[in-house]
Design a protein around this ligand. Structure first.
Ligand code: NAD
Length: 295
């Protein structure tokens, strides 16, 4: 079992760090927000008052911050204070360029380094069933796999530096686009007099089957796990879906990739965010489809 410094104890980092403690690790956690620190302390995390204190003497450091920019800023404090040879694991969802910059800085300073964004949302973070998508060397991946086990259902090595982030944005491009398509299909069906149940019964076992339909169905009362049953309380917030789609779009532009559906999905989630849907589950996009359909 290891001593782990954990930076960023928010909606994801709080429960993740708690599961690492349950798994037998010693976790020293830091967050800028006093409420996050308090909550983590209640969950068994040893909370400290600075990044330097969290990382000193730790064999691994996990960052779970809002964006790649936040990670690079935190690295200004982590790199001088961390134990030489420690493994730096960034689990934030970040821009590929920021992730690669973080790797480079970590490696130049003599640390192991992986990008390891996650899928599974706050429910997966609480249950310790996240999927970690890892970019970095085989040695660092194997090291991380053992450490992350109490927070993970699966830790998958996706390739070299930044490939965890590439995998994450490609997965969420599929997810965002498929949620919009499922929402459009339900709204079209309801406007033509089709019951939600009939569409679900057929599509869920036919070629329309997908996670957006069978796990997080955007209409209520069809799937037990859906956030639609809880008035679209997230789950995975529309603001975060927009963030991830923008990351995918920016990578597509930089690489000259033709992602027209991704572009449209980004525009539709941006519109829903402007309409006030940012803090609702991303399945609530169905409301925006109804609003923009003719009465
Ligand atoms: P959050 O805003 O709840 O938590 C981020 C925490 O980082 C906050 O508590 C903030 O105070 C803290 N922080 C910011 N700068 C800091 C610094 N310099 N030092 C210490 N603490 C600092 O966000 P979250 O929902 O936990 O998401 C974290 C990351 O995980 C994001 O990159 C997000 O895109 C990704 N993610 C979130 C979900 C989800 O469902 N919430 C799912 C998958 C991935």
């Amino acid at each position: 079992m290891a001593v782990i410094g954990f930076i960023g104890l928010g909606h994801m980092g709080g429960p993740m760090s708690a599961n690492l403690v349950k798994g037998g690790h010693t976790v020293r956690g830091f967050d800028l927000a006093p409420a996050a620190l308090e909550d983590a302390a209640k969950r068994g995390v040893t909370t400290v008052s600075s990044i330097a204190e969290a990382v000193a003497g730790a064999e691994a450091v996990i960052t779970m911050l809002p964006s790649g920019k936040h990670v690079l800023t935190a690295y200004d404090e982590i790199l001088p204070a961390a134990t030489p040879g420690a493994l730096l694991i960034d689990s934030s969802t970040a821009d590929v360029a920021d992730a690669r910059a973080a790797h480079q800085r970590a490696e130049e300073a003599g640390f192991g380094s992986i990008d390891a964004p996650v899928s599974g949302g706050t429910a997966g973070a609480e249950a310790g069933t996240l999927t970690f998508m890892v970019g970095g060397s085989e040695t660092d991946f194997q090291w991380a796999e053992g450490l992350l086990e109490p927070a993970a259902r699966k830790v998958i090595h996706c390739g070299g530096a930044g490939h965890g982030q590439v995998t994450k944005m490609c997965n969420n491009l599929i997810l965002g686009a498929s949620m919009i398509a499922v929402g459009e299909a339900f709204v079209l069906g309801e406007r033509l007099g089709l019951s939600h149940q009939a569409l679900y019964d057929v599509a869920s076992i036919s070629t329309g089957q997908c996670w957006a339909l069978t796990t997080n169905c955007p209409v209520p009362d069809l799937v037990e796990t859906s956030r639609a049953n809880h008035d679209y309380e997230p789950g995975f917030a529309s603001a975060l879906m927009l963030k991830d789609l923008k990351l995918a779009l920016s990578a597509a532009e930089q690489s000259g990739t033709d992602t027209e559906i991704g572009k449209l999905a980004t525009e539709l989630y941006a519109r829903f965010n402007e309409e006030g849907g940012g803090d609702q589950d991303f399945g609530a996009i169905i409301k925006s489809i109804r609003t923009h359909s003719t009465p």
